[in-house]
Every structure is written in C-alpha cells, then in structure tokens.
Ligand binder design. Structure first.
Ligand SMILES: [Fe+2]
Length: 120
C-alpha cells in the first residue's frame, strides 16, 4: 500500500476504485471468500509497477513519446517483478502481470516473452 500510495493520487485513487468494483463483481459472481480476497488485492495492487515511472511521464498532458510509452507498457511486468519477493499468492501476481491483456487475449501488454505463455 505504501509503495502504491507513493506513485500519485491519479494512480492510487483509481486502484482503490478498482478494488471496490472488483469486490462488487466478485460478489456478483459468487466467488469464495479466498477468491474474492485475491481478486480485490490484485485490483488494489494492479498498478504497483508505476512506482518506477517518473511523474512527468505519468502526468504528461502532451502525447507520449515512444520511449515514454515503452515505460508505461513495462509497468505490469515491473509490478509483477516487484512482488516476486512477497508471499502474495500466484493469482494476485497474475492479475498484476496481466491487467492490460485484453479480455479476449488478443491484444494488450506485456506479451509472451515476459512470462513464458502466449497471450495473443
Ligand atoms: Fe495499469
């Protein structure tokens, strides 16, 4: 939480909202208590990899340069790497890694070489 709160309010507040939405969706889907906890924790921490991205890039109002987009697209992998040293379970880690993969698996980022499985 502390690492996430350090990023900026434009990241932290949406993470709190994502957690709240995840809880509602998880309850609607009748997830077990453990599944719901994993979903909510993954939703809360999904952007933790943004802590390495400079605020000037995160808050830039002009179009991002290609190198800046590269930084943005690395944040799921960076977040996933960041939490490898924790005891969070694999479902939470997978949510963090894949939260920008399209629902149908046919697009998004990061891709196969990051975690050894094809995503699209
Ligand atoms: Fe993200």
């Amino acid at each position: 939480m502390a690492a996430l709160a350090k990023v900026d309010d434009d990241t932290f507040v949406p993470c709190l909202r994502a957690q709240k939405l995840a809880r509602g969706i998880g309850k609607f889907l009748a997830l077990t208590s453990r599944e719901l906890d994993c979903l909510c924790l993954g939703a809360l921490l999904h952007d933790i990899g943004k802590q390495d991205i400079p605020c000037e890039v995160l808050n830039k109002e002009d179009p991002l340069l290609p190198a800046e987009w590269d930084l943005i697209e690395q944040h799921p992998r960076r977040g996933w790497e960041y939490i490898q040293a924790t005891e969070l379970n694999d479902v939470v880690k997978e949510i963090i890694l894949k939260h920008h993969i399209w629902f149908n698996g046919k697009g998004g980022y990061p891709c196969a070489e990051t975690y050894g499985k094809p995503c699209f």
